[in-house]
Design a protein around this ligand. Structure first.
Ligand code: XIL
Length: 436
């Protein structure tokens, strides 16, 4: 107890000092209302390079203890949490990110690509820090739907290739849990699946045909995961990804054009029908802090005719910038959690600056990044404990900058020499090394 008061007083002193000096890590005044320019951004950035645009606030400063694991265990969110305070956030000095998050009932994940499983310098980092894996690419429709097999069978056909199973095998032999990513998406999905006889020269199919194809595809996916012996590894699956625009309208994908807006309902309905009970079904998106209410409305509409929910969780990608607002992000997580659904951060990376003004990896900017990760994770843990959020997993979209899809923006936890950045220490809730 004495310890708690010690931390509380240190924290109050730090906060007072900050208030006096106004030394927020970034300057809020520089941030424009980015929500207004989202469309432009989408136009100039390749589809897969979606971006999140937030304002920054992030003034919460936490103090950590070098307490033991057993002390930390006393403070898990599963306890009847009175009121979570910053001083309840303690780091396990031994162990990696997963060991820290485990104390709070949060999974720690990374995406996985084939480059990452070939060298022990990468696999060592993964096994030390993460207990959940998402395939970065090889479970996307582009890599699991076979054109030749579809033409041969006449239905949209799933075929697992070696690239996919190699990664699954690696995850399995390392005791990892899996997040499935992704079934229905406008991107990284072959165009020909939408055409008569799987031939782009023959015109789009009608709604009923597309729904039949969708059902067959989703059914095969879960059947094959089972047959191949992987189904038990999966605890979550992104059923639909990125279907809602920032203004609440539906993205004009071929899924929507052919089936209509209820393609999302059907995707969840089929996934609910064919996925094992143990796999939680997620809607996943980005920029959700700008479209929170629309996503909540969508999630609430995903019920069967008895009123039973077809969706289990909302995934927040979290491709952020150090200039983005953590306050806004937390409000979004609160709103999603208030639906009673599970919530996860599914693709976290924090680039430097803002999406309009990407900053260089200077010492100052890397310090800010470390603080950002620390503040984000510690606030989630606090709010989970207080019952205001329900975040059960944080997956990083990789761990080392040079293998990141945003390798020009230094968004991850290790630098290209595999040295841990402030970001790593921040993500691991090691206050002393997180850049403060
Ligand atoms: C990205 C991968 O990281 C890249 O390697 C690939 O070229 C494009 O897709 N939202 C998602 C992820 O849901 O699947 C995307 O992953 C990043 C944005």
């Amino acid at each position: 107890m004495k310890k708690i008061f010690r931390f509380a007083s240190v924290m109050i002193m730090v906060l007072m000092l900050l208030a006096m000096t106004g030394c927020d890590k970034t300057d809020n005044d520089k941030i424009v209302d980015t929500a207004a320019v989202v469309e432009d951004d989408k136009e100039i950035i390749p589809v897969e390079d979606n971006v999140s645009k937030e304002e920054d606030s992030a003034t919460d400063i936490e103090v950590i203890d070098d307490g033991t694991a057993s002390e930390a265990e006393e403070l898990t969110p599963t306890e009847p949490a009175e009121k979570a305070t910053s001083d309840q956030i303690t780091a396990v000095i031994e162990g990696g990110i997963k060991d820290v998050y485990e104390q709070y009932g949060i999974k720690a994940g990374t995406c996985l690509s084939d480059a990452m499983i070939t060298q022990s310098k990468y696999t060592d980092i993964i096994t030390e820090n993460f207990n959940s894996i998402t395939h970065e690419n090889f479970m996307k429709p582009d890599y699991l739907i076979s054109k030749s097999k579809s033409i041969e069978t006449g239905e949209l056909s799933v075929e697992f290739t070696k690239r996919t199973t190699d990664l699954l095998d690696w995850a399995k032999s390392n005791g990892m849990s899996m997040r499935g990513h992704v079934l229905v998406w406008h991107s990284q999905t072959p165009d020909w699946i939408f055409y008569k006889n799987f031939d782009k020269a023959q015109g789009l199919v009608d709604r009923d045909t597309m729904l039949t194809r969708m059902e067959s595809y989703i059914k095969q996916m879960f059947e094959q995961l089972d047959t191949l012996g992987y189904a038990d590894m999966f605890y979550a699956y992104d059923v639909v990804n990125e279907a809602i625009n920032d203004d609440g309208s539906y993205r004009d994908s071929l899924w929507k054009q052919i089936v209509g807006e209820d393609f999302i309902w059907y995707a969840f309905s089929y996934a609910d029908k064919y996925a094992p009970e143990t796999i939680k079904l997620y809607y996943n998106d980005y920029n959700e802090q700008f479209k929170t209410d629309y996503i909540v409305k969508l999630a609430e509409s995903l019920v069967d005719d008895t009123g039973r929910s077809l969706i289990d969780g909302i995934g927040c990608q979290g491709h952020l910038y150090t200039g983005d607002s953590i306050d806004d992000y937390m409000s979004m997580l609160q709103a999603f959690s208030a639906t009673g659904l599970d919530v996860q951060i599914t693709e976290l990376d924090v680039s430097l600056g803002t999406w309009q003004n990407i900053l260089k990896a200077t010492e100052e900017n890397l310090l800010a990044q470390g603080q950002y990760y620390y503040e984000m994770v510690s606030r989630i843990i606090e709010e989970n404990a207080a019952g205001t959020t329900n975040v059960s997993g944080i997956t990083y979209w990789g761990f080392v900058d040079n293998l990141s899809w945003r390798n020009d923006r230094s968004p991850l936890l290790f630098d290209s020499n595999l040295e841990p950045k402030y970001a790593y220490h921040g993500a691991r809730l090691d206050y002393d090394n997180a850049g403060y």
